[in-house]
Design a protein around this ligand. Structure first.
Ligand code: SAM
Length: 313
């Protein structure tokens, strides 16, 4: 008889489930999306990514890097392509486990290139469909000598915390081809916040009408493979894993990385917007809707934090 104990379930490889989920996600047009209750949250997330990416590009370019190369680890359908274009980078490598998403990302890039002005130089790009928690990306690069100024891993790293091996391979892919002084930036759910809310709940889940986070048990939380299910209005429903941040930070040291920033979304927002920086971009991206976004969306974003590691010289 098959052993279906929770321990066995945790040992199951969830990569396929994650890839299938993202491969079958429908491309929703902006009109339909704008009616969605998560519209403002998506815009808020996009704004945060734009600011983080913009600031890192400024640092890298300010330090003298002219031909900036970027690795977008877990690029999805290419939601950040325009941010890289705006940042004037020279080379982008996009990698994701969901091959359908990678194809859509490539199509978006080709469209962007086709529609650009003759005098605008759009970055070169390579698209790789691969499980970045299992496969070595450096072996798949068209240019085997390519080194990156930035690796951006937005809302992705937590999928790798299924096992130490996977988390390490994802980190290796993120960091081993970074130039000294380069940056690894990303966004991932805040494990402390998730556990705090779970412990405060009288069941194994918490959330509201917009999102739901469900665990299989509570009280003990393994360092790796601590699985939960995240459901966001039927748009996302995938197994994810808690990222124990001190361990993540420690593991990154193996790749000569030093943590330079870790902030919860709310802190990042307070710092940028209350100081009136980036306000106009946010207002544009929020389609001129005032902040705060809808309650559900806001609560979901409060569960999230951003990080930035720098590669030591
Ligand atoms: N970074 C994109 C963004 O910000 O719009 C997409 C984020 S989406 C929430 C998470 C992405 O991580 C999905 O596209 C998924 O396929 C990808 N992903 C999950 N596990 C992965 C793995 N092991 N290797 C590569 N990509 C993975």
């Amino acid at each position: 008889e098959e052993d279906v104990s929770p321990a066995k379930k945790l040992r199951t490889d969830h990569s396929k489930e994650v890839a299938t989920h993202y491969n079958t996600l429908q491309e929703v047009g902006l009109a339909a999306r704008s009616q969605s209750r998560i519209f403002y949250m998506r815009n808020f997330n996009n704004w945060l990514k734009s600011v983080l990416i913009g600031e890192i590009l400024e640092k890298v370019q300010g330090a003298g890097s002219r031909d900036v190369s970027v690795l977008d680890l877990g690029c999805g359908k290419g939601g950040d392509l325009l941010k890289w274009r705006r940042g004037g980078i020279s080379h982008l490598v996009c990698a994701d486990i969901a091959e359908v998403s990678v194809e859509q990302c490539q199509t978006r890039y080709e469209d962007m290139k086709r529609r650009s002005h003759a005098n605008e130089k759009i970055f070169r790009a390579q698209f790789i469909a691969a499980d970045c928690s299992k496969e070595l990306l450096s072996e798949k690069l068209d240019d085997p000598k390519l080194m990156f100024d930035i690796c951006s891993c937005q809302f992705v790293y937590h999928y790798s915390f299924e096992s130490e091996q996977k988390a390490d391979m994802m980190l290796r892919n993120a960091c081993e081809r970074l130039k000294p002084g380069g940056f690894f930036i990303g966004t991932t759910p805040d494990a402390y916040e998730l556990v705090k809310r779970l412990e405060a709940s009288d069941s194994l889940s918490f959330g509201n009408e917009v999102f739901k986070v469900s665990f299989e048990s509570k009280g003990s939380y393994p360092l790796f493979g601590c699985q939960y299910h995240f459901n966001l209005e039927g748009v996302v429903d995938v197994p994810e894993f808690l990222v124990y941040f001190p361990l993540f930070e420690h593991m990154a040291k193996r790749y000569n990385m030093r943590l330079v920033l870790k902030q919860r979304f709310s802190e990042f927002f307070d710092e940028k917007v209350k100081k009136d920086q980036h306000r106009s971009l946010m207002m544009k991206m929020m389609a001129l809707e005032p902040f705060p976004c809808e309650a559900g969306g806001q609560q979901a974003t409060e569960n999230t934090e951003q990080y930035c590691h720098a590669k030591e010289h």
